[in-house]
Design a protein around this ligand. Structure first.
Ligand SMILES: [Zn+2]
Ligand SMILES: [Zn+2]
Length: 497
């Protein structure tokens, strides 16, 4: 696989159990992809009965439908040779587009990375009103709901982290934290210095003005010429997590790999061998370097899934995280088990992961939306909504007007505000339409114009909350975003008949 398309092309096959043409088309697609593009493509089958929202979002009206990169390429019953020709055309087209969009993604990453550098080194806040920290519970909620929905996500997060490590300013920061990296040219010693740098990077330390609070502490527990084991306590992506059965810190693993590659000039692969998510009390990463090319394959990654009935299992975990998020504001005990550093993490860590994912894999927008919507419908806080509804003397189901009024109050509820996912929320009326405007959103604040919106998770969350208030199905579309060059994010709501 060419290096700059290390994120596989996503092919979506929409089917349903009743569709008579689907099994044939699906089989042919799998056969051709498996034969010619197994390294380049990943096929996700979507049952439209199970995931009606995804089908709706992409306007899939007949089955089977095959999509590549957000575009429908095949629909209905087609012959094998047609399928073969079309796939060939579209896959090569998509590879070329990826080569082009790679530069745009790199630039966006660099901006975010530079923002975080300015924030922590020079105290130039990206979010002047609420500051640049975010509750770790918010980060975990988003990451876990993504991983829960799709098996490719861990691999994508690893690649996103690797890109951030390779092309971000993490390498400069590492040299600031451990200047010896810059002066050591012997390979073995340099690798050691890089590991020392990573320990500082992941430890809560005073070398930088504003700590990132990525983790509580870190240490190297094993080190030889081409392999090291790094143990991290209280890592933001997993701290205090219940038993998930899978490691959770894919982005950090990828970032370590990217930073190590950039600073040693060797190939690097990182594997999270222990995680709080797999029942350990800390996370542990095996970092391997080599002069020869070494890569991680998707297959290797998917072997790590051990839990049956994932979606139900993850539903429980998400519920647990949300409950702990709320608990952490009222309980005196250290709910997220982070010791002295508290419950916050620099928000750009979450942003780097989401933005890179969003730009590398167009389908991740739909995944984020679906995950946000699940949380909006099933997540905690419904009792607060209920209380506001009673305060206003509204009777359920609410009109859109009423539901936005309640939702606005909900967003301003102290505990919700305190998670710092955003600063202010306003309901705007424009062209006879009600819109929700969000300021200093964690997902996109400070990002440069990248010709895309980034806040699909938030859009889905709003849709879920409005749905439980109005009892009507709705679609929320983000029309303004920092990712489109705007100064805030704005969401429009439309109902589905
Ligand atoms: Zn972990
Ligand atoms: Zn946005």
């Amino acid at each position: 696989m060419a290096d700059n398309i290390n994120v596989p092309i996503r092919m979506l096959v929409f089917t349903s159990p009743e569709c008579y043409a689907c099994p044939d088309v699906e089989r042919i697609v799998h056969k051709h992809v498996g034969t010619y593009y197994s390294d380049l493509c990943h096929i996700s089958t979507i049952d439209v009965i199970e995931y009606p929202k995804v089908a709706e979002k992409y306007n899939v009206r007949s089955l089977p439908t095959v999509m590549i990169d957000d575009e429908i390429v095949l629909q209905g019953l087609v012959t094998e040779s047609d399928i073969q020709d079309l796939l060939w055309q579209r896959v090569t087209g998509s590879i070329m587009e990826r080569e082009e969009s790679f530069d745009a993604r790199k630039e966006t990453l660099l901006t975010i990375s530079k923002n975080s550098f300015d924030s922590i080194m020079n105290e130039e806040f990206i979010r002047p009103n609420i500051g640049d920290y975010l509750h770790v519970g918010v980060m975990q909620q988003m990451m876990v709901s993504l991983v829960a929905l799709d098996k490719l996500v861990p691999h994508l997060l690893y690649q996103a982290g690797r890109d951030v490590g390779l092309y971000g300013v993490g390498t400069y920061l590492m040299i600031t934290l451990n200047p010896s990296i810059g002066t050591e040219f012997r390979a073995k010693e340099r690798f050691e210095e890089v590991m020392t740098g990573l320990v500082k990077y992941f430890s809560d330390n005073e070398t930088i003005n504003i700590p990132m609070k990525l983790a509580e502490s870190a240490k190297v527990v094993k080190l030889n010429e081409d392999m090291a084991v790094l143990r991290i306590n209280g890592l933001a992506s997993a701290c205090g997590a219940p038993f998930v059965g899978e490691p959770l810190c894919h982005f950090s693993a990828g970032e370590m790999a990217g930073i190590t590659e950039a600073l040693t000039g060797k190939h690097a692969v990182v594997h999270e061998s222990k995680c709080i998510g797999t029942g350990h009390t800390y996370c542990e990463f095996e970092i391997m370097v080599s002069d020869d090319k070494i890569t991680r394959t998707q297959e290797e990654y998917q072997d790590e899934y051990i839990v049956e009935d994932r979606s139900q299992h993850f539903q429980g975990i998400l519920h647990d995280i949300s409950t702990r998020l709320h608990e952490s504001f009222i309980s005196p005990k250290d709910v997220f088990e982070r010791g002295n550093i508290g419950n916050e993490v620099h928000f750009t860590k979450l942003q780097q992961a989401i933005v890179n994912l969003r730009m590398a894999d167009p389908f991740s927008g739909a995944l984020l939306y679906a995950a946000g919507r699940q949380l909006g419908i099933f997540g905690p806080g419904r009792d607060i909504l209920q209380r506001y509804l009673e305060d206003e003397n509204y009777s359920w189901p609410l009109t859109l007007d009423q539901s936005l009024h309640v939702l606005n109050k909900f967003f301003h509820f102290g505990m919700i505000q305190a998670a710092k996912e955003r600063s202010d929320v306003k309901i705007i009326e424009e062209d006879d339409q009600l819109k929700i405007r969000i300021y200093e959103c964690a997902m996109s604040s400070g990002a440069k114009d990248s010709e895309t919106t980034f806040c699909d998770f938030m859009a889905g969350y709003i849709a879920g909350r409005i749905q439980i208030l109005t009892s009507k199905d709705c679609i929320v579309t983000e029309t303004k975003c920092h990712g489109l060059g705007d100064k805030f994010c704005e969401f429009e709501i439309s109902f589905v008949d």
